[in-house]
Design a protein around this ligand. Sequence first.
Ligand code: S3P
Length: 183
Amino acid sequence: MLLNDFLMKGNIVLLGYMGSGKSAVGKVLAEKSNLNFIDLDDYIEQKERKKISAIFLEKGEIYFRKLETKYLKELINAKSNLILSLGGGTPCFGDNMQLVNSSENTFSIYLQTSIKELTARLYSEREKRPLIAHTKTKDELSEFIAKHLFERSAYYNKAKYVLKTDVKGISEIADEILNLEIT
Ligand code: S3P
C-alpha cells in the first residue's frame, strides 16, 4: 500500500533534529494530501498561551517535557488523518516513541539531516532555540549538534522509516513520503 492510501485512516508523525524540516515538510504534506497539519510545539504554545522559549525560561526543561508528553498523548489518542510534526526532543523523553509507534494508525518518519546542513540552517536562528542559544560560533554549534545528535539518534532511529533529507527540496521530500510503499 502507498503511504498516501494509508492516510485515509492514519496519521503521519514526522520527527528529527531541530532544523531537519519537520514543520516545513509537514505543511506541504498536509497540502498535498488535504489533511490537517499540527506542529506539536505550536499546539503546546496555543494550549499554554506561552512561547516554548518562555516555558523553558520560567519553568525549566523538565516541566516542558511533561507538557510535551501530555499534549502528544492527547493528539495521538484523539486524532486521525493528521500530519503531526514533533519537537526535536519529543522522541527522546519518557515513553513518547513507544506511544507513537504503538498506534497501528500511525506511521513515523525520521527526517535525517547531516550535521553540516543542520549547522548551516540553525546558526542564524539559534537565539530563538533554548537548547542551542548558548553556542557562540559555527564550530561550537556544530560540535554541540554532533554530540546531541549522537545521543538522540537511537531514539530517532526507532521511527518506522528513515528518510535522508540533504540535497532534497521540501516538495520532493513530501512526494517521496506519499509514494512510500508500506506493509
Ligand atoms: C527541542 C526542539 C524544539 C522545541 C524545544 C526543544 C529539542 O522543536 O520543542 O525547543 O529538544 O530539540 P523543533 O525541533 O521544532 O525546533
